[in-house]
Design a protein around this ligand. Structure first.
Ligand code: TRP
Length: 326
Protein backbone atom coordinates (compact mmCIF):
# COMPACT_ATOMS: atom_id res chain seq x y z
CA UNK A 1 0.00 0.00 0.00
CA UNK A 2 1.03 3.56 -0.64
CA UNK A 3 2.26 5.21 2.52
CA UNK A 4 1.03 8.72 3.17
CA UNK A 5 2.62 10.91 5.84
CA UNK A 6 1.60 14.35 6.99
CA UNK A 7 2.11 16.61 9.98
CA UNK A 8 0.42 19.52 11.70
CA UNK A 9 1.77 21.86 14.35
CA UNK A 10 -0.07 22.24 17.67
CA UNK A 11 0.28 25.99 17.65
CA UNK A 12 -3.21 27.38 17.53
CA UNK A 13 -6.84 26.42 17.38
CA UNK A 14 -7.75 24.52 14.21
CA UNK A 15 -9.87 26.62 11.88
CA UNK A 16 -12.16 25.83 8.99
CA UNK A 17 -9.40 26.50 6.45
CA UNK A 18 -7.21 23.75 7.96
CA UNK A 19 -10.15 21.38 7.99
CA UNK A 20 -11.38 21.93 4.45
CA UNK A 21 -7.98 22.62 2.91
CA UNK A 22 -5.84 19.87 4.42
CA UNK A 23 -7.24 17.71 7.17
CA UNK A 24 -10.20 16.25 5.33
CA UNK A 25 -7.78 14.98 2.68
CA UNK A 26 -6.01 13.09 5.44
CA UNK A 27 -9.29 11.45 6.38
CA UNK A 28 -10.05 10.53 2.77
CA UNK A 29 -6.51 9.21 2.21
CA UNK A 30 -7.11 6.53 4.80
CA UNK A 31 -9.34 4.63 2.38
CA UNK A 32 -6.64 4.05 -0.17
CA UNK A 33 -3.36 4.45 1.65
CA UNK A 34 -1.53 3.55 4.77
CA UNK A 35 -1.72 6.81 6.74
CA UNK A 36 0.80 8.10 9.26
CA UNK A 37 -0.28 11.37 10.85
CA UNK A 38 1.93 13.31 13.20
CA UNK A 39 1.37 16.18 15.61
CA UNK A 40 4.66 17.97 15.14
CA UNK A 41 5.26 19.51 18.55
CA UNK A 42 9.02 19.81 18.01
CA UNK A 43 8.33 22.04 15.02
CA UNK A 44 6.27 24.27 17.29
CA UNK A 45 9.40 25.00 19.35
CA UNK A 46 11.02 27.16 16.68
CA UNK A 47 9.29 30.04 18.46
CA UNK A 48 8.87 30.16 22.26
CA UNK A 49 5.71 28.40 23.47
CA UNK A 50 3.92 28.60 26.77
CA UNK A 51 4.50 25.11 28.29
CA UNK A 52 1.01 24.67 29.74
CA UNK A 53 -0.59 25.81 26.52
CA UNK A 54 1.63 23.65 24.31
CA UNK A 55 0.68 20.54 26.26
CA UNK A 56 -3.01 21.42 26.19
CA UNK A 57 -2.98 22.25 22.47
CA UNK A 58 -1.21 19.01 21.63
CA UNK A 59 -3.87 16.93 23.35
CA UNK A 60 -6.63 19.12 21.92
CA UNK A 61 -5.30 18.63 18.41
CA UNK A 62 -5.12 14.87 18.90
CA UNK A 63 -8.79 14.81 19.96
CA UNK A 64 -9.73 16.98 17.05
CA UNK A 65 -7.98 14.75 14.53
CA UNK A 66 -9.79 11.76 15.98
CA UNK A 67 -13.07 13.70 15.93
CA UNK A 68 -12.80 14.55 12.23
CA UNK A 69 -12.30 10.89 11.39
CA UNK A 70 -8.65 9.91 11.66
CA UNK A 71 -9.15 6.28 12.53
CA UNK A 72 -6.48 4.92 14.89
CA UNK A 73 -7.29 1.37 13.84
CA UNK A 74 -6.39 2.01 10.22
CA UNK A 75 -3.90 4.87 10.56
CA UNK A 76 -1.11 5.78 12.91
CA UNK A 77 -1.66 8.98 14.90
CA UNK A 78 1.20 10.06 17.14
CA UNK A 79 3.12 12.95 18.67
CA UNK A 80 6.51 13.72 17.14
CA UNK A 81 8.37 14.21 20.43
CA UNK A 82 7.28 10.78 21.66
CA UNK A 83 9.88 9.30 19.33
CA UNK A 84 13.50 10.38 19.72
CA UNK A 85 14.10 9.05 16.19
CA UNK A 86 12.82 12.30 14.63
CA UNK A 87 15.35 14.55 16.37
CA UNK A 88 18.10 12.02 15.73
CA UNK A 89 17.54 11.71 12.00
CA UNK A 90 17.10 15.47 11.83
CA UNK A 91 20.73 15.95 12.90
CA UNK A 92 21.89 13.54 10.24
CA UNK A 93 19.89 15.43 7.62
CA UNK A 94 21.19 18.79 8.83
CA UNK A 95 24.59 17.38 7.94
CA UNK A 96 23.25 16.30 4.55
CA UNK A 97 21.70 19.67 3.71
CA UNK A 98 23.84 22.64 2.81
CA UNK A 99 23.69 26.00 4.54
CA UNK A 100 22.88 27.68 1.23
CA UNK A 101 20.01 25.32 0.57
CA UNK A 102 18.38 26.07 3.91
CA UNK A 103 19.00 29.78 3.50
CA UNK A 104 17.03 29.75 0.25
CA UNK A 105 13.85 28.47 1.90
CA UNK A 106 11.23 31.16 1.38
CA UNK A 107 9.40 30.29 4.58
CA UNK A 108 12.60 30.92 6.55
CA UNK A 109 13.12 34.20 4.76
CA UNK A 110 9.53 35.31 5.44
CA UNK A 111 9.52 34.26 9.07
CA UNK A 112 12.96 35.55 9.96
CA UNK A 113 12.60 38.85 8.14
CA UNK A 114 12.31 41.59 10.74
CA UNK A 115 11.99 39.10 13.62
CA UNK A 116 13.69 40.16 16.82
CA UNK A 117 14.85 36.65 17.69
CA UNK A 118 15.43 33.99 15.07
CA UNK A 119 16.09 30.55 16.55
CA UNK A 120 18.56 28.22 14.86
CA UNK A 121 15.67 25.76 14.82
CA UNK A 122 13.69 28.04 12.52
CA UNK A 123 16.59 27.72 10.10
CA UNK A 124 16.93 23.93 10.35
CA UNK A 125 13.15 23.34 10.45
CA UNK A 126 13.07 21.75 6.96
CA UNK A 127 15.65 19.12 7.98
CA UNK A 128 13.37 18.02 10.83
CA UNK A 129 10.46 17.95 8.41
CA UNK A 130 12.49 15.81 6.03
CA UNK A 131 13.28 13.46 8.91
CA UNK A 132 9.56 13.14 9.70
CA UNK A 133 8.86 12.11 6.14
CA UNK A 134 11.87 9.89 5.44
CA UNK A 135 11.55 7.86 8.66
CA UNK A 136 8.36 6.24 7.37
CA UNK A 137 9.41 5.19 3.87
CA UNK A 138 6.78 7.68 2.76
CA UNK A 139 5.49 7.61 -0.81
CA UNK A 140 3.21 10.62 -0.73
CA UNK A 141 2.99 13.76 1.39
CA UNK A 142 -0.26 15.74 1.27
CA UNK A 143 0.68 19.33 2.06
CA UNK A 144 -0.40 22.82 1.18
CA UNK A 145 1.34 24.80 -1.50
CA UNK A 146 3.34 26.70 1.13
CA UNK A 147 5.19 23.48 1.98
CA UNK A 148 6.13 22.56 -1.57
CA UNK A 149 9.68 23.87 -1.26
CA UNK A 150 10.27 21.98 1.99
CA UNK A 151 9.08 18.81 0.36
CA UNK A 152 11.39 19.35 -2.61
CA UNK A 153 14.23 19.64 -0.12
CA UNK A 154 13.22 16.39 1.57
CA UNK A 155 13.38 14.71 -1.82
CA UNK A 156 16.79 16.25 -2.59
CA UNK A 157 18.17 15.13 0.77
CA UNK A 158 16.91 11.57 0.27
CA UNK A 159 18.46 11.42 -3.19
CA UNK A 160 21.76 12.91 -1.99
CA UNK A 161 21.99 10.58 0.99
CA UNK A 162 21.16 7.54 -1.14
CA UNK A 163 23.79 8.62 -3.66
CA UNK A 164 26.49 8.98 -1.03
CA UNK A 165 25.74 6.04 1.22
CA UNK A 166 23.65 3.63 -0.82
CA UNK A 167 19.92 3.05 -0.95
CA UNK A 168 18.51 4.13 2.39
CA UNK A 169 15.45 6.33 1.96
CA UNK A 170 12.33 6.16 -0.16
CA UNK A 171 12.08 9.37 -2.22
CA UNK A 172 8.64 10.92 -1.47
CA UNK A 173 6.24 12.67 -3.84
CA UNK A 174 4.28 15.81 -2.99
CA UNK A 175 0.49 15.64 -3.18
CA UNK A 176 -0.70 19.21 -3.29
CA UNK A 177 -4.49 19.33 -3.39
CA UNK A 178 -5.96 21.27 -6.28
CA UNK A 179 -7.08 24.74 -5.41
CA UNK A 180 -10.76 25.18 -4.74
CA UNK A 181 -10.80 24.59 -1.02
CA UNK A 182 -8.63 27.58 -0.29
CA UNK A 183 -10.61 29.16 2.49
CA UNK A 184 -10.24 32.90 2.85
CA UNK A 185 -10.89 35.20 5.78
CA UNK A 186 -14.61 36.10 5.92
CA UNK A 187 -13.87 39.77 6.61
CA UNK A 188 -10.81 40.07 4.36
CA UNK A 189 -11.54 37.61 1.55
CA UNK A 190 -8.31 38.30 -0.29
CA UNK A 191 -6.21 36.78 2.48
CA UNK A 192 -6.14 33.22 3.74
CA UNK A 193 -8.15 32.29 6.81
CA UNK A 194 -5.38 31.79 9.33
CA UNK A 195 -4.86 30.20 12.69
CA UNK A 196 -3.84 33.47 14.27
CA UNK A 197 -6.46 35.31 16.20
CA UNK A 198 -6.07 38.69 14.59
CA UNK A 199 -9.38 38.43 12.74
CA UNK A 200 -11.85 36.65 15.05
CA UNK A 201 -14.88 37.68 12.96
CA UNK A 202 -13.23 36.47 9.77
CA UNK A 203 -12.06 33.14 11.16
CA UNK A 204 -14.19 30.09 11.93
CA UNK A 205 -12.68 27.75 14.47
CA UNK A 206 -13.70 24.13 14.24
CA UNK A 207 -14.66 24.24 17.93
CA UNK A 208 -16.46 27.62 17.75
CA UNK A 209 -19.95 27.85 19.18
CA UNK A 210 -22.26 26.91 16.28
CA UNK A 211 -24.52 29.96 16.63
CA UNK A 212 -21.44 32.15 16.43
CA UNK A 213 -20.35 30.24 13.30
CA UNK A 214 -23.65 30.97 11.57
CA UNK A 215 -23.45 34.64 12.55
CA UNK A 216 -19.92 35.04 11.23
CA UNK A 217 -20.95 33.60 7.88
CA UNK A 218 -24.05 35.78 7.66
CA UNK A 219 -21.92 38.85 8.36
CA UNK A 220 -19.23 37.89 5.86
CA UNK A 221 -18.05 40.60 3.51
CA UNK A 222 -19.54 40.17 0.03
CA UNK A 223 -19.01 42.25 -3.07
CA UNK A 224 -20.58 45.42 -4.40
CA UNK A 225 -22.80 44.09 -7.18
CA UNK A 226 -25.48 41.51 -6.47
CA UNK A 227 -24.73 38.63 -8.82
CA UNK A 228 -23.83 35.22 -7.39
CA UNK A 229 -21.00 33.92 -9.52
CA UNK A 230 -17.76 32.02 -8.87
CA UNK A 231 -15.02 34.46 -9.75
CA UNK A 232 -12.32 34.60 -7.05
CA UNK A 233 -10.48 37.45 -8.69
CA UNK A 234 -13.34 39.91 -9.11
CA UNK A 235 -15.72 38.59 -6.46
CA UNK A 236 -13.52 37.27 -3.65
CA UNK A 237 -16.15 37.46 -0.90
CA UNK A 238 -18.92 35.63 -2.74
CA UNK A 239 -16.46 33.15 -4.25
CA UNK A 240 -15.14 32.34 -0.80
CA UNK A 241 -18.64 31.51 0.44
CA UNK A 242 -19.15 29.34 -2.65
CA UNK A 243 -15.83 27.57 -2.05
CA UNK A 244 -16.72 26.88 1.55
CA UNK A 245 -20.21 25.64 0.74
CA UNK A 246 -19.01 23.43 -2.10
CA UNK A 247 -16.17 22.00 0.00
CA UNK A 248 -18.75 21.00 2.61
CA UNK A 249 -21.09 19.40 0.10
CA UNK A 250 -18.43 17.99 -2.25
CA UNK A 251 -19.69 19.89 -5.29
CA UNK A 252 -18.13 22.23 -7.79
CA UNK A 253 -18.34 25.92 -6.74
CA UNK A 254 -19.41 27.10 -10.20
CA UNK A 255 -22.28 24.60 -10.20
CA UNK A 256 -23.31 25.63 -6.70
CA UNK A 257 -23.34 29.27 -7.82
CA UNK A 258 -26.11 28.55 -10.33
CA UNK A 259 -28.50 27.67 -7.52
CA UNK A 260 -28.45 31.15 -6.02
CA UNK A 261 -29.59 34.54 -7.12
CA UNK A 262 -29.32 36.38 -3.81
CA UNK A 263 -26.41 36.82 -1.41
CA UNK A 264 -28.70 36.24 1.56
CA UNK A 265 -29.71 32.77 0.37
CA UNK A 266 -26.12 31.85 -0.35
CA UNK A 267 -25.06 32.93 3.12
CA UNK A 268 -27.87 30.97 4.75
CA UNK A 269 -27.00 27.82 2.80
CA UNK A 270 -23.31 28.22 3.51
CA UNK A 271 -23.95 28.75 7.23
CA UNK A 272 -26.11 25.65 7.39
CA UNK A 273 -23.59 23.49 5.53
CA UNK A 274 -20.74 24.57 7.78
CA UNK A 275 -22.77 24.14 10.96
CA UNK A 276 -23.84 20.64 9.89
CA UNK A 277 -20.24 19.76 9.00
CA UNK A 278 -18.97 20.92 12.38
CA UNK A 279 -21.80 19.58 14.57
CA UNK A 280 -20.81 15.88 14.52
CA UNK A 281 -17.12 16.78 14.85
CA UNK A 282 -17.83 18.83 17.96
CA UNK A 283 -20.00 16.06 19.35
CA UNK A 284 -17.20 13.47 18.99
CA UNK A 285 -14.70 15.96 20.32
CA UNK A 286 -16.76 16.41 23.49
CA UNK A 287 -17.00 12.65 23.97
CA UNK A 288 -13.23 12.31 23.64
CA UNK A 289 -12.62 15.24 25.97
CA UNK A 290 -14.85 13.63 28.61
CA UNK A 291 -12.60 10.57 28.67
CA UNK A 292 -9.39 11.59 30.48
CA UNK A 293 -7.18 8.74 29.29
CA UNK A 294 -8.68 7.57 26.00
CA UNK A 295 -6.85 9.97 23.69
CA UNK A 296 -3.56 9.56 25.54
CA UNK A 297 -3.84 5.79 25.19
CA UNK A 298 -4.41 6.15 21.46
CA UNK A 299 -1.33 8.38 21.17
CA UNK A 300 0.76 5.90 23.16
CA UNK A 301 -0.29 3.05 20.90
CA UNK A 302 0.35 5.26 17.86
CA UNK A 303 3.89 6.06 19.07
CA UNK A 304 4.54 2.37 19.54
CA UNK A 305 3.47 1.56 15.99
CA UNK A 306 5.32 4.57 14.58
CA UNK A 307 8.52 3.43 16.28
CA UNK A 308 8.22 -0.02 14.75
CA UNK A 309 8.53 1.64 11.32
CA UNK A 310 10.90 4.49 12.16
CA UNK A 311 13.49 2.58 14.19
CA UNK A 312 14.61 0.21 11.43
CA UNK A 313 14.81 3.09 8.95
CA UNK A 314 16.98 5.10 11.31
CA UNK A 315 19.16 2.05 11.97
CA UNK A 316 19.58 1.61 8.23
CA UNK A 317 20.74 5.23 7.95
CA UNK A 318 23.11 4.86 10.92
CA UNK A 319 24.65 1.70 9.51
CA UNK A 320 25.06 3.11 6.01
CA UNK A 321 26.66 6.27 7.41
CA UNK A 322 29.26 4.26 9.30
CA UNK A 323 28.12 4.99 12.84
CA UNK A 324 29.39 2.21 15.06
CA UNK A 325 26.59 0.01 16.39
CA UNK A 326 26.18 0.52 20.13
N1 TRP B 1 5.84 22.17 8.06
C1 TRP B 1 4.48 21.69 8.02
C2 TRP B 1 3.55 22.91 8.14
O1 TRP B 1 3.92 23.92 8.67
C3 TRP B 1 4.19 20.73 9.13
C4 TRP B 1 5.00 19.48 8.99
C5 TRP B 1 6.05 19.10 9.77
C6 TRP B 1 4.83 18.49 8.00
N2 TRP B 1 6.53 17.90 9.36
C7 TRP B 1 5.81 17.50 8.27
C8 TRP B 1 3.95 18.32 6.93
C9 TRP B 1 5.95 16.37 7.47
C10 TRP B 1 4.09 17.19 6.13
C11 TRP B 1 5.08 16.23 6.40
O2 TRP B 1 2.41 22.81 7.70
Amino acid sequence: MTRVFSGIKPTGPVQLGNLLGALRHWVADQDEADGVFCIVDLHALTVPQDPVELRERTLELARLLLAIGIDPERSILFVQSHLSEHAELSWILECTASFGELRRMTQFKDKSDGAEFVSAGLFTYPALMAADILLYDTDRVPVGDDQRQHLELARDLAIRFNGRYGDTFVVPEAAIPKIGARVMDLQHPTRKMSKSEDSPQGTILVLDDLDAVAKKIKRAVTDTDTEVRFDPEHKPGVSNLLSILSACTGEDPAVVADRFTRYGDLKAACAEAVVETLRPIQQRYRELAADPTGTKDILAAGAERARAIARPVLDRARTNLGLLAP
